[in-house]
Design a protein around this ligand. Structure first.
Ligand SMILES: [Fe+2]
Ligand SMILES: [Fe+2]
Length: 411
C-alpha cells in the first residue's frame, strides 16, 4: 500500500470547448458549466479557432472572437480562454491540437465537449482513432433526447470513442440564428450583456457601431482598467442604454457615458490628483482626498482629453456619477442608476426595488429611493456624506413635493 507521500497526485481533468464562437453565446457557457460539474473537471478551456487561410463570409476576426469569449466567461470559476488555436497558422486539425495539449498539460485527462451534431461528424475527422486515444468526449444534446439511438453512436463505440452525455435538456441555440437577429437590429437574449456591448462598440455582425471610433476607445480602456473594471464598464454601458431607452433619453450618449464613466478608476490617487491639477478641476478638499469621489471628476477630464469625447452632456454625466448633482438630467440619472444596478452587482437590500423603478423608466423616483437609502444608511452608521450627495437628495425631495402639490391642484 502507498503511504500518503507516495500517493500519486490526482490527474488534472481538463475540459475543452472548441469552436469558432462566432459569437459565443449562453448555451456554450451552460455546456461548459454543466460538463465541469457533472464530470468533475478542474477547468474548462475555451479554444476559439484562428482565422482560416481564406476569409469566410460572416466569420469575424479571431481576435474579436477571442475577446468576446474572454468577456463572456470572465469571473467564472474554472473557465479560461486559450489563444492556442489563434496563434497557429494554416488548417488546424483537432488531432494536432490534442497532441499539443497532451504535451502542454502532461498527464492530464482531456475531455472534449461537443454537441450531438459534432458527434455525428466525428468519423469524418482527421485520424479519428488517434483522436479517440487522446481524449474522451462529453456530448450535449441539441435536438434530441436520445443521441445513443443514432446509428453513428454504435460505430463510434466500435472505433474506440469514449462518449459521455450531459444531462442538460436539448436546446437549439445557434450562432447563425444569433447573427441573423443581430443583423436585424435585435439584441438576442442568448448573448451575455458584455458580449452584446462589445459587438456594438466594434460594430460587428452588421450592428451599427456605437460609439463611433469604438475600437480605439476600447483599446485604450482595456489598457487603463483591470478586467473586472472593464467588464463592469461594459455592463454599465449596456444598462445605461436600456434606461435611456425606457426614459426616452439619448441611447448613444448613455452608452458612451457608461463605457467611460470609470476610465480613471484604476489610477492611484496621486495620479488622479495630477489630472485634477493639470486640468484645473474645481473640486473641494474632500473630493481631492478621496479616490471614490475624485475618479468621477478625473474621469470626465480624461474622457475629453484622452478619449476625445466632445459631448458636454456625456462629460457632465460622468462627472456627477458618484455624488449626483442639483438639476440632474435624465442622462445623468440613467448613468448614476446603471452604475448601481448593472447585472453583476451583488445583491444589497434595496437593489431589487431600485431595479424595478429604473427599468420602468421612473428614474426620478429611483434616484430619490437610491439617495434616500444612502442618506439613511450613512446616518445610521454615523458616517459622513459628501455635501453634493446631500444637496442632491434634498433637491430630489423638493421636486417630488412640488410634483405632489401640482398633482393635488390638478385634481
Ligand atoms: Fe465610478
Ligand atoms: Fe462604476
Amino acid at each position: 500500500m502507498l503511504t500518503e507521500e507516495e500517493t500519486p497526485l490526482a490527474k488534472e481533468r481538463i475540459g475543452i470547448m472548441g469552436g469558432s464562437f462566432n459569437p459565443i453565446h449562453m448555451r456554450h457557457v451552460e455546456m461548459a458549466k454543466a460538463a465541469r460539474k457533472e464530470y468533475k473537471l478542474d477547468r474548462v478551456l475555451f479554444l476559439p479557432t484562428g482565422n482560416p487561410p481564406h476569409k469566410k463570409t460572416g466569420l469575424e476576426d479571431a481576435e474579436h472572437r477571442y475577446e468576446m469569449t474572454r468577456l463572456a466567461i470572465f469571473g467564472m470559476e474554472g473557465m479560461e480562454a486559450s489563444r492556442m488555436e489563434l496563434e497557429r497558422e494554416g488548417v488546424i486539425y483537432t488531432v494536432d491540437t490534442l497532441g499539443l495539449m497532451q504535451k502542454k498539460y502532461a498527464g492530464a485527462d482531456l475531455y472534449y465537449i461537443i454537441d450531438e451534431d459534432t458527434m455525428i461528424d466525428l468519423p469524418n475527422w482527421r485520424k479519428p482513432e488517434k483522436v479517440f486515444q487522446l481524449c474522451d468526449f462529453i456530448v450535449c444534446c441539441r435536438a434530441t433526447d436520445e443521441p445513443k439511438e443514432h446509428p453513428v453512436y454504435k460505430k463510434l463505440r466500435k472505433m474506440g470513442a469514449k462518449l459521455h452525455f450531459l444531462s442538460l435538456p436539448p436546446m437549439d441555440v445557434s450562432s447563425t440564428a444569433i447573427r441573423e437577429k443581430l443583423a436585424d437590429g435585435q439584441a438576442p437574449e442568448e448573448l451575455s450583456p458584455q458580449v452584446m456591448e462589445y459587438i456594438r462598440i466594434m460594430g460587428l455582425y452588421d450592428v451599427p457601431q456605437s460609439p463611433k471610433g469604438g475600437e480605439l476607445i476600447y483599446e485604450k480602456l482595456r489598457k487603463a482598467l483591470t478586467d473586472k473594471r472593464l467588464v463592469h464598464s461594459l455592463l454599465v454601458a449596456h444598462t445605461a442604454r436600456k434606461l435611456a431607452e425606457v426614459s426616452h433619453t439619448d441611447v448613444e450618449q448613455a452608452g458612451l457615458a457608461g463605457l467611460l464613466h470609470d476610465c480613471a478608476k484604476c489610477m492611484p490617487l496621486n495620479e488622479m490628483q495630477e489630472v485634477a491639477k493639470e486640468h484645473r478641476l474645481l473640486v473641494d478638499r474632500e473630493v481631492l482626498q478621496s479616490e471614490n469621489l475624485l475618479h468621477a471628476y478625473a474621469g470626465a477630464a480624461l474622457a475629453e482629453s484622452v478619449y476625445g469625447v466632445k459631448d458636454y452632456a456625456v462629460l457632465a454625466a460622468i462627472r456627477c456619477h458618484t455624488t449626483g448633482r442639483i438639476g440632474m438630467l435624465p442622462l445623468d440619472m440613467a448613468l448614476y442608476l446603471a452604475d448601481k444596478i448593472e447585472p453583476s452587482r451583488r445583491s444589497y437590500p434595496v437593489l431589487e426595488e431600485l431595479r424595478r423603478l429604473s427599468y420602468e423608466g421612473r428614474l426620478l423616483e429611483a434616484m430619490r429611493y437610491s439617495l434616500g437609502s444612502t442618506v439613511e444608511y450613512v446616518k445610521k452608521n454615523k458616517g459622513k456624506l459628501h455635501g453634493a450627495t446631500l444637496r442632491t437628495a434634498q433637491w430630489l425631495d423638493h421636486i417630488h413635493a412640488e410634483w405632489q402639490k401640482k398633482q393635488s391642484h390638478d385634481i
